[in-house]
Design a binder for this molecule. Sequence first.
Ligand SMILES: Cc1cc2nc3c(=O)[nH]c(=O)nc-3n(C[C@H](O)[C@H](O)[C@H](O)COP(=O)(O)OP(=O)(O)OC[C@H]3O[C@@H](n4cnc5c(N)ncnc54)[C@H](O)[C@@H]3O)c2cc1C
Length: 626
Amino acid sequence: MSYNKAVPALVKSTSDNIKRICLSHGRFRSTVASTQRDEVEGGKEKQVDECTVVKAVQADLLIQSKNTTEAQTQKIEIDFDNTHEAYKSKDNIELLRSLLVFKLCTFDFLVDKNKELMDLSKKVFGQRLFERLMKMTFYGQFVAGEDHNSIKPLIHKNQAFGVGSVLDYSVEEDLTQEEAEKKEMDACVSEAEKESPGVDHREKKYKAHRQFGDRRGGVVSARTYFYADEAKCDNQMETFLNCIKASGGASVDGFSAIKMTALGRPQFLLQFSEVLVKWRRFFNLLAAQQGKSGMDALEQKLELEQLKESLTQLGVGNKDDIENWFTGEKLGPSGTIDLLDWNSLINDRTSISNLLVIPNVETGQLEPLLRKFTVEEEKQMKRMLQRVDVLARHAVENGVRLMVDAEQTYFQPAISRLTLEMQRIFNREKPIIFNTYQCYLKEAYDNVSVDMELSRREGWYFGAKLVRGAYMYQERSRAEEIGYEDPINPDYEATNRMYHKCLEFVLEEINHNRKANVMVASHNEDTVKFTLEKMNQMGLSPTENKVYFGQLLGMCDQISFPLGQAGFPVYKYVPYGPVNEVIPYLSRRALENRGFMKGSQRERSLLWKELKRRLLNGQILYKPVY
Ligand SMILES: Cc1cc2nc3c(=O)[nH]c(=O)nc-3n(C[C@H](O)[C@H](O)[C@H](O)COP(=O)(O)OP(=O)(O)OC[C@H]3O[C@@H](n4cnc5c(N)ncnc54)[C@H](O)[C@@H]3O)c2cc1C
């Protein structure tokens, strides 16, 4: 028996505590209920409620319940060892390709020198032959195609097997380390700092450091953008707009992902982050002084009147300054403090640099972060936010949910806060904007709980993507070398505990008010099983579309496809782009799939198992049917 699962809505009949349900490829999903899928359903295959009931011995999906009164809390179990289900959408050539690619990733030499080897192959074989070779191997495994049109067949096939897509245009600049460092320093140092370095007392964590200027170092899972000029940011926005449009066309409630560093000068994210973190520290100090913790401390962060009082007591800023500074525009919808109100941020009349003010307990002043911003810097900040705003509005118009990726900790406070400001505006009716929480951070749980509390108070829909985090090595060595506290949990187990704690917290929220949504973006089978177990305990049905799963294309199909076919909303990040331009992406995939990694080994053994099964069953020419 491949799956033991329960979906009350799909129950057809009851006998001996075992309920049989109808089975067809991925037909139970509503999340990726695309027009395409409807066409297929209307054509070759029947709708869910019309489909035939398969016999228990043949059924891959079975509903078990101890008695009928437990209909709401029936157990869902998915067998992730069932290779027949996991690889149903793949022919034998595709399985062999996966095996070959994962095997190649076990050779350290190939992985370490992958870039040089790809360059060499291009020279030796010529462009055309090189492209063919790549398409037969790494590119074919991890990338869907060159453009919007060529990726369609793969998207539709995955959809037919219950797996949706998050389009991810994966073209990356192929910069040398030196070029990357130069670009970063140019983009992260303000004019004021160039004129008189060290005068503004910037915190070292939130300043660019040449030795870490190449942000690609030590990162395997994520793409890195470097700022060149405003025109390039406009182009990148266009690319995201196209992805949103394509996602809207591909399914009724698709997802699209964006990275803020692609949309403007990163200097602004550093500055904003520093301001936010300094305010956060100040709030913590206030709370500690008054012996407050937990919710009481949170109240203090949020309530304007309390803040004004505390500032006056501490002698930070005189009364008039405080009154002037906390004007109406800094008030959130429920009277809470809103340092970065979205409407005023994108409004041309607001000077963003005026918002970059921090309390200095020692001097008793509310001080600007920098002595001055140039007119061009003001404009650049504004344009970055306006680009994000355009994307959010486009997502709303196209019925697409927008996930804002999490990045390095020196950018992340700003990214996360700006995302939250968008949620306040765009998540009024349903969750459109999703924030990303990196659970390898010591502060992950605090971040999730503060944002969740705001969503409750203000009545908007909380949307979260939970990840472990992609920048661990870089974060650690930067913290050590530059000299600040390592933001990452002490070990892998601590990150796992943090992930599960945050996840459980969001699931509890969903269980209580059904307003929150979460994407479990992980390749970790234990985390997926943990989620299913919690959903079982809480009686959360997959068909409610509150809990989503996310994996990368070409990785962990043994998790994505069984989930999809069992009716869970599951999505693959689908990279696409011309062969030559996705090479940096492919390099990272090779690194992430290094043979010694547990997940990759398991995937290879499951692929072998399925190939052997097909050979023994005479399915040498197996073709997926959909
Ligand atoms: C759909 C999707 C979207 C993603 N979006 C983002 C994003 O927006 N931002 C982002 O940063 N990442 C993102 N990632 C990448 C993600 O953060 C992880 O790097 C990657 O998925 C591996 O984690 P895992 O849970 O899949 O698997 P696992 O293999 O179980 O976890 C590996 C991760 O655990 C953590 N870890 C490992 N060793 C230690 C240690 N010694 N101490 C502390 N922690 C440790 C690290 O985060 C490492 O990446 C995304 C991944 C997916 C699948």
